[in-house]
Design a protein around this ligand. Structure first.
Ligand code: AMP
Length: 249
């Protein structure tokens, strides 16, 4: 059973994101980029399934510029077997990524496509769902547990009211939530081994997919600066402030 794990290169979660002075977007020059944290969890889960003998191959795929090769090498160092870069310098929105992933899925025939639940740059939370719709496959989003059987997967999902368990027929799309696992660190020997693992570069244009953006971003702005808090002298003052000054925002 092949597992396909789409991984996105995003601004590292420790970076304080700044808007460019002309408001045209987020400053990416000199900014540390990393694998999207939820995709790292998806890679870990797929590698565990392969180590357990449930999966036969873990293929990681990234859509974007040549620099995504670094992200893919990181996933290979965690234990993925093979990588595909769908290379394009175009701005990719979730529908375009879903279409590119569909083209790869039609070529690779994965039984499970394990995405992150969302990318922490645009926070769209759309790509996995769109891919499932385009493929006509079942989906289970926000997975916190996965048990993969013969032809089906049982996925526990984190929902507002608690946990929900779904049984899906494979092939299916699953998206990984934070509590699915704790990803491993790549060891130095595995980082060295990853350099020799296969990484195929496919141009997005060669897949014949329309990746034109459907949404136009008109302006970017920093959120308004927040005023600092104050310390109250005693409970009476706290109650007074709650009564007379506190507002529901
Ligand atoms: P999003 O819908 O943008 O929040 O992304 C959800 C998930 O889709 C991510 O966690 C990745 O697994 C996948 N994804 C999004 N963009 C890309 C990309 N450019 N390349 C590969 N996978 C992606």
């Amino acid at each position: 059973m092949k597992i396909l794990v789409p991984v996105k290169r995003v601004v590292d979660y420790n970076v304080k994101v700044r808007v460019r002075s002309d408001g045209s977007g987020v400053e990416l020059n000199g900014v540390k980029m990393s694998i999207n944290p939820f995709d790292e969890i998806a890679v870990e889960e797929a590698v565990r399934l392969r180590e357990a003998g449930t999966a036969s191959e873990v293929i990681v795929v990234s859509c974007g510029p040549a620099a995504c090769q670094e992200t893919l090498r990181g996933a290979l160092a965690m234990g993925a077997d093979r990588a595909i870069l769908v290379e394009t310098d175009a701005e990719l929105q979730p529908l375009a990524v879903a279409r590119l992933l569909k083209a790869i899925a039609e070529r690779e025939h994965p039984r499970i496509t394990l995405c992150g639940k969302q990318a922490i740059d645009d926070d769209a939370n759309q790509t996995g769902q769109m891919l499932a719709a385009l493929m006509g496959w079942p989906q289970a989003t926000f997975a916190s547990k996965m048990v993969v059987g013969e032809g089906t997967a049982e996925v526990t999902r984190e929902i507002d009211g608690g946990l929900e368990t779904l049984e899906l027929k494979l092939p299916a799309v699953v998206t990984a939530d934070l509590r699915l696992n704790e990803p491993r660190y790549a060891t130095l020997p595995n980082i060295m081994k990853a350099k020799k693992k296969p990484l195929e570069v496919v141009s997005a244009a060669s897949l014949g997919v329309d990746v034109a953006p459907r949404l136009r971003q008109t302006r970017h702005a920093e959120p308004p600066a927040r005023k600092g808090g104050i310390k109250v002298a005693d409970v009476a003052q706290l109650v007074d402030k709650l009564r007379n000054e506190a507002k529901v925002i």
